[in-house]
Design a binder for this molecule. Structure first.
Ligand code: HEM
Length: 135
């Protein structure tokens, strides 16, 4: 059921961003694109990323559900991350946090095991791709 899987994607992406945007190592990267400041500069509310999250969800729906891009829509992943000056250790941290998010989600929703396993494999492919192309 694609709708159910789209909801899984939305939930996982939200959980990941709640952690990543305030992470002590990579949070500062996301704070470069936060839309407004919260009461504390290091812990922006998740609402400060409300324009970013739908793009990320769309990306993963393409990757995991085969959804197509609309006309004029594109993802230029490598150049976006190059511009951010992402470091190797930051890729490793991103991957660790994403995998932890997938694991935690699986504990609460074991019926999605296969889907999450496939997602985990995709994360490893992107890790390789990032480490090959960015450095
Ligand atoms: C390794 C796997 C990664 C994947 C699959 C991934 C995926 C994405 C995607 C799909 C976007 C949206 C691009 C767009 O809107 O066109 C994005 C943007 C972004 N990513 Fe990543 N990312 C990865 C690693 C990282 C790392 C390591 C960092 C930083 C530590 C990071 C920080 C960001 C930030 C701050 C943006 C927003 C950039 C902007 O809108 O200008 N990402 N990423």
């Amino acid at each position: 059921m694609p709708d159910k899987k789209a909801q899984v994607i939305s939930d996982v992406v939200l959980s990941f961003y709640k952690v990543a945007t305030v992470d002590f190592l990579i949070g500062y990267q996301f704070r470069k694109i936060q839309e407004f400041q919260g009461s504390s500069p290091l812990t922006p509310p998740i609402e400060a990323f409300k324009n970013h999250l739908p793009r990320i969800e769309k990306f993963w729906r393409m990757q995991l559900l085969g959804e197509k891009l609309n006309d004029g829509e594109r993802f230029d992943l490598m150049s976006i991350h190059k511009d951010l000056l992402v470091r190797k250790g930051e890729v490793n941290r991103w991957v660790l946090l994403f995998k932890q998010t997938l694991l935690a989600y699986e504990m609460d929703h074991p019926e999605n095991k296969d889907f999450l396993k496939n997602w985990n494999k995709k994360i490893e492919e992107f890790e390789k791709r990032f480490l090959t192309f960015l450095f």
